[in-house]
Design a protein around this ligand. Structure first.
Ligand code: FAD
Length: 416
């Protein structure tokens, strides 16, 4: 049965997955006013009811890099995001029980902030409210049951509350997250390396103000990050991402709030004073996932569906934003009448992004392992590394630029 509200749907671009990356890409493409775009999302899509169901816009917070800020600026939504984002004025990196310590300052790097922390559900509300004012077709609670590559389009079979339907699109973009079922439907191989760790995420209320400092602390059980958030009920807050071996994470998830906070305090110390309270805790199993193919004729895989990284350095979403900004820009440059699904063109995009993707992947994969090693030689190496960064400002500056996503990017993201 065809869906009567969407008869004979033919699109230029269909995006499967209306998460952080899929929606951001749809907005970048809609700006060009050239393409008929549809986003297919398996969850209902309603900005007002996000926290309950959205796997993307959930209880997490995301550290946005300077490059992501520039991309959101180019979309004209940075001022809305900035209102609910906390600026990172400095990053404090330390290794529990060792002498190395480094501080990376925004001022020294010559920027207003090293990054911005925003709660995912706030980010989701801004993105979905913006999408509602475009002519992007959003189809929530829609399940793609089959994908077929035809000569001049991709044909998608869809099940939704309105019944079964089909659409054709000149280009298909897969943005349905880690373990992408759409990529699997097309026989695209995915590689997964489990870290055997879980990342516990929660908002922590603090005794002392965080003063815009992001703490990255490496402990013998795994790295923890406390990122500055806006106040809640007049209390300063930080967003915790605490990597733990999965069995320890399970016991932390089962602990009552008081026990959880005292274990956290014991691992982190008292730089932020006493930890006063903890919000909902969510645990994510951590793995490095990559896909064998990111492009085919009429097909691109982006976001977590293409590469999902360890969250230790807050790189995953920021990297994906640079990918989708580069992809959108490549379509803007297409001459009138050119085929948007041309393999040659899509391969050029992939070549352009490969160095950025490779560098982030290696960095996020190695960092927790380097700090996870307890041998004294490894400890010496990482501590002298941290000390060197503290003693040699250009090295620290390079690290800061890497974190901000400004190091090897060739794309001009728009306004600075
Ligand atoms: C604990 C943690 C902390 C993190 N912190 C940071 C950070 O500070 N900075 C940073 O840059 N990155 C961070 N990341 C990474 C970041 O969260 C991801 O890069 C980002 O979520 C990827 O977004 P996505 O849209 O590709 O995938 P997702 O967020 O998974 O969204 C996928 C969407 O597709 C939908 N979907 C799934 N299957 C289907 C289907 N078959 N059909 C239709 N729709 C479907 C889902 O419902 C969802 O809406 C963190 C990750 C974790 C786990």
């Amino acid at each position: 049965m065809s869906d009567p509200s969407h008869p004979n749907d033919n699109y230029d671009i269909a995006i499967i997955g209306g998460g952080m990356v899929g929606i951001s890409l749809a907005l970048l493409l809609a700006q060009q006013k050239r393409w008929k775009i549809v986003v297919l999302e398996s969850q209902p899509m309603d900005a007002a009811a996000l926290p309950e169901y959205s796997p993307s816009f959930d209880a997490r917070s995301t550290a946005l890099s300077w490059s992501s800020r520039k991309i959101f600026q180019s979309l004209g939504i940075w001022s809305q995001l900035q209102r609910c984002a906390s600026a990172i004025s400095s990053i404090h990196v330390s290794d529990r029980g060792h002498f190395g310590l480094t501080r990376i300052q925004a001022q020294e790097a010559g920027v207003e902030a090293l990054g911005y922390v925003v709660e995912n559900n706030r980010l989701g509300s801004v993105l979905l409210e913006t999408v509602a004012n475009t002519d992007i077709h959003i189809r929530g609670a829609a399940e793609v049951t089959a994908i077929k590559a035809l000569a001049s389009s991709m044909r998608l079979s869809i099940n939704s509350q309105q019944g079964a339907s089909q659409i054709n699109s000149k280009l298909l973009i897969i943005a349905d997250g880690v373990d992408s079922s759409s990529a699997q439907k097309l026989g695209i191989q995915q590689h997964k390396k489990s870290y055997g760790d879980s990342g516990i995420v929660a908002n922590i209320s603090l005794e002392k103000p965080h003063n815009g400092i992001a703490y990255e602390r490496f402990t013998d059980w795994g790295p923890m990050a406390l990122l500055p958030l806006g106040d809640f009920q007049n209390r300063p807050r930080s967003a915790l991402v605490w990597t733990q071996p999965s069995d320890l994470a399970e016991s932390l998830m089962a602990a009552d709030d008081e026990d959880f906070l005292s274990r956290l305090q014991e691992r982190f110390g008292h730089r932020l004073g006493q930890f006063i309270g903890v919000g909902d805790r969510v645990s994510y199993p951590l793995a490095l996932t990559t896909t064998e193919e990111q492009v085919r004729r009429r097909l691109v895989v982006v976001g977590n569906a293409a590469h999902s990284l360890h969250p230790v350095a807050g790189q995953g979403f920021n990297l994906s934003m640079r990918d989708v900004a580069a992809l959108a820009k490549s379509f803007a440059d297409l001459p009138e009448g050119a085929d948007i699904g041309s393999l040659n063109h899509l391969q050029q995009y992939q070549r352009q992004q490969s160095a950025d993707q490779r560098d982030r992947l290696i960095f996020s994969d190695n960092l927790p392992r380097l700090f996870g090693l307890s041998s004294s030689l490894a400890a010496l190496g990482r501590n002298s590394g941290l000390l060197m960064m503290d003693l040699i400002p250009p090295l620290r500056n390079h690290f800061a630029r890497f974190g901000m996503g400004l190091d090897n990017s060739e794309v001009d993201y728009g306004q600075s």
